[in-house]
Design a protein around this ligand. Structure first.
Ligand SMILES: NC(=O)c1ccc[n+]([C@@H]2O[C@H](COP(=O)([O-])OP(=O)(O)OC[C@H]3O[C@@H](n4cnc5c(N)ncnc54)[C@H](OP(=O)(O)O)[C@@H]3O)[C@@H](O)[C@H]2O)c1
Length: 320
């Protein structure tokens, strides 16, 4: 089968299209899936450039989202049969989704929503599980809460805005001016241009000094230190970004705040909630662009290169 293989760590040029053996079922609980589409996540380029060398051995097939068709099932598999359409995030640390076929455990798979194409479905599994974990499980977001989503135009941000709105929250987000209308159409009540304004000052002004109940951090940097200044008393900050630097958390203490650190791994139960929101039309996949898998290098460049000709909005999808 064809696959994108990483044999050395480095830039997008180390992503190479190769022929590799097609996997076959070796265990009763396994399912073989024909991959129809996958997507690019920052985790893919982080693995490609060598951020997780202790967790992987070269060569690596990366990729963390799959939509596709069940081709074959092991003898003990009860839930799936050939022809079923599925979507899921491969197990972290195992073989990824940048390949024509993928072998998974029965328990990893979710039924693909009826109203999505393969490309739309491939935009959802990793961010879907992540966003539900952040908003519903950790922050326990509820009707009437106020939330600030930092990085609203990214893959995580575009979904987080929609889910926060569906849960009944008042949504502040950050995004470039050119994207403000699009972000409002997703459900953002207030959009702050992070290239022109200081979000702490803006939130202080909008909330008359009270701050927001929940802050979602998809950007890292000094957010853990600074964002408590935009937080209400007893609020929560949920972060996705690992920062190997000391942080001054004094403002967190003053706010009686709670931090939640999220690193998504297996996320099938959380993804089921997103499937429900997709099928009731509360949430839709936002696709920035679709590349054939052969153009995976261009797709990585678009995600990594911050000097883009047009800003990123949603997910970059790879079709097979
Ligand atoms: N821990 C986990 O389980 C987990 C899961 C998923 C994702 N993540 C992490 O979460 C982060 C976001 O993922 P993603 O898929 O949403 O990435 P993405 O699609 O690349 O989005 C990044 C967005 O952040 C914005 N941004 C960058 N710097 C900013 C700043 N200083 N202030 C406000 N916005 C800023 C960008 O806007 P501009 O275009 O204006 O720069 C862009 O819209 C990544 O670091 C990823 O590794 C972690």
């Amino acid at each position: 089968m064809k696959a994108i293989v990483i044999e050395n760590y480095g830039g997008p040029e180390v992503l190479r299209l190769k022929e590799v053996p097609t996997p076959s079922i070796t265990d009763h609980s396994q399912v073989l899936v024909k991959v129809r589409a996958t997507s690019v996540n920052p985790l893919d380029y982080q693995i490609r450039r060598g951020d997780y060398t202790s967790l992987f051995d070269l060569p690596i097939i990366t990729g963390h989202d799959i939509s596709g068709d069940v081709i074959a099932v092991g003898e003990a598999v009860k839930q799936w049969r050939p022809g079923d359409k599925v979507y899921y995030s491969p197990r972290f640390g195992g073989t990824g989704s940048y390949a024509a076929y993928h072998l998974a455990e029965e328990s990893s798979l979710s039924r693909m929503p009826d109203n999505l194409s393969y490309e739309e479905a491939a935009a959802m599994p990793l961010i879907g599980g992540t966003v539900w974990e952040m908003l519903a499980v950790r922050a326990k977001l509820k009707k009437g809460d106020t939330i600030l989503i930092l990085g609203g135009a990214g893959g995580v941000g575009t979904l987080a805005i929609q889910v926060a709105k569906a849960l009944g929250a008042f949504v502040y987000t950050t995004g470039q001016s050119i994207l403000h209308e699009k972000l409002q159409l997703l459900g953002a009540d207030v959009v702050i241009d992070h290239h022109k304004k200081n979000y702490v000052e803006e939130i202080q002004a909008y909330t008359k000094g009270k701050g927001v109940d929940v802050i979602i951090d998809t950007i890292g940097g000094s957010t853990l230190s600074d964002s408590p200044l935009a937080l209400a008393n007893y609020g929560s900050i949920v972060t996705l970004v690992d920062i190997a630097q000391p942080q001054n958390l004094i403002h967190t203490w003053e706010k009686n705040a709670t931090y939640h650190f999220v690193f998504t791994r297996q996320s099938r139960d959380e993804l089921h909630h997103i499937t429900g929101l997709i099928e009731t039309k509360h949430v839709k996949p936002i696709i920035d662009s679709i590349y054939p898998i052969e153009d995976v290098r261009k797709a990585h460049q678009r995600m990594e290169d911050t000097k883009r000709d047009r800003p990123l909005f949603g997910k970059i999808v790879l079709s097979l």
